[in-house]
Design a protein around this ligand. Structure first.
Ligand SMILES: *Cc1c(COP(=O)(O)O)cnc(C)c1O
Length: 352
């Protein structure tokens, strides 16, 4: 079976070997305050910086999930008000979780088909403006250019970006925002259970001003521990190890981005050129995600394609939330190989 699920997703092919190496190396039984762990932490952070082009002034933290990052932002970077600009289920969930901790959070939903640029307005009083860079539920993305414009029109606000299903696949311009978050079971092609949080100097400055220290994962504690190449609790050492090994092998992000977009164009051409009963859900080409494709059809067609795909050895991503019966999703993640995509294209061609 080849999984095209957009998370948890297909693992990088060499992960089974890395798993064996992890066991053999002894690192999994070592204390997370040991020098060996500190070396692993440091090397993985350095590789992330290097391969993803993360600015040297930004700090990196390992946590358990992207969802945990949402809470860390709410507790450690927002005193009263954040604004959540979203167009899908993950952005809304982020808003919902934040409102429980900070009831003055404001939702600013937008419609990607008509309003892509309206998100670039000025948000008065927003301490943090939250964007979902790649909305995994419907296959849309917010471009580096739009984030850049938002930053310019809101110099007093921190910008926080959920890049869970694009980091590791798409070249992100980290300077356009202050907080970036992701987890590794999407574009990093790894087992779930590890989140990556990235903060700008301005974000840390804000954390110091608020001085929130009520949680084991308060940002200031994460920062103090990270300075020693440690974490504030026993982390997922296995996933950090696997991440290190994957990062050692992958190309720099500009190269990955280039081949991913080229693959995406092939998918797009295929669906747009025919597109009778099966079509891309998003019509506005400018906002289509390069890493997650969402296909729309009548419910019986969706049912048929999914069950035939399973018989043919493909796992497709279920439609998410409200879109469950009328869509399915296809991951265009870096761990998928060219011939695997070619096989799925052949299979889907007759249904378009
Ligand atoms: C998958 C996903 C999440 C949740 O990730 P967890 O690691 O399960 O917390 C959050 N945001 C987006 C955009 C996602 O795709």
């Amino acid at each position: 079976m080849i999984s095209f699920y957009p998370g948890p997703s297909k693992l990088y092919a060499r992960v089974p070997n890395f798993l064996k190496d992890a066991c053999a190396s002894g690192i999994l039984s070592m204390n997370h305050r040991s020098a060996e762990f500190e070396d692993l932490f440091k090397r993985t952070v350095d590789l992330l910086r290097q391969k993803l082009n993360i600015p040297s002034g930004y700090s990196l933290y390992f946590v358990s999930s992207a969802t945990e990052c949402w809470e860390i932002i709410a507790q450690s970077l927002i005193k009263k008000q954040s604004v959540h600009v979203y167009n899908g289920a993950f952005g809304k969930k982020w808003f919902d979780y934040t409102s429980r901790l900070k009831p003055e959070a404001v939702a600013s939903p937008f419609d990607q088909e008509t309003e892509a640029l309206s998100v670039t307005k000025t948000f008065e009083n927003a301490e943090v403006i939250c964007f979902t860079q790649n909305e995994t539920s419907n296959g849309t993305q917010v471009s580096n250019r739009i984030l850049h414009t938002v930053r310019k029109s809101n110099p007093k606000s921190l910008i926080a970006v959920d890049a869970t299903s694009s980091m590791g696949g798409i070249e992100l311009d980290f300077l356009t925002a202050d907080v970036w978050l992701a987890s590794v079971q999407k574009c990093f092609g790894l087992p779930a259970g590890l989140g990556i949080l990235i903060c700008s100097p301005a974000a840390l400055h804000r954390a110091n001003e608020l001085n929130e220290r009520n949680h084991y994962n308060s940002l200031l504690f994460l920062e103090e521990m990270a300075q020693r190449n440690q974490t504030s609790y026993t982390p997922n050492v296995l996933d950090i190890y696997l991440l290190m090994r994957v990062l050692e092998e992958i190309k720099p992000i500009d190269k990955i981005n280039k081949s991913l977009v080229a693959r995406y164009r092939k998918w797009e051409t295929m669906f747009d050129s025919k597109g009778n009963q099966l079509q891309l859900l998003i019509k506005n080409k400018a906002v289509r995600s390069h890493t997650v494709l969402t296909l729309e059809a009548e419910p019986d067609v969706i049912q048929l394609v999914k069950s035939k795909a399973k018989q043919a050895g493909f796992i497709l991503g279920e439609g998410y939330g409200d879109l469950k019966n009328t869509t399915f999703r296809i991951a265009n993640f870096p761990a998928l190989k060219r011939n695997e995509i070619a096989r799925l294209m052949d299979f889907l061609y007759e249904f378009i």
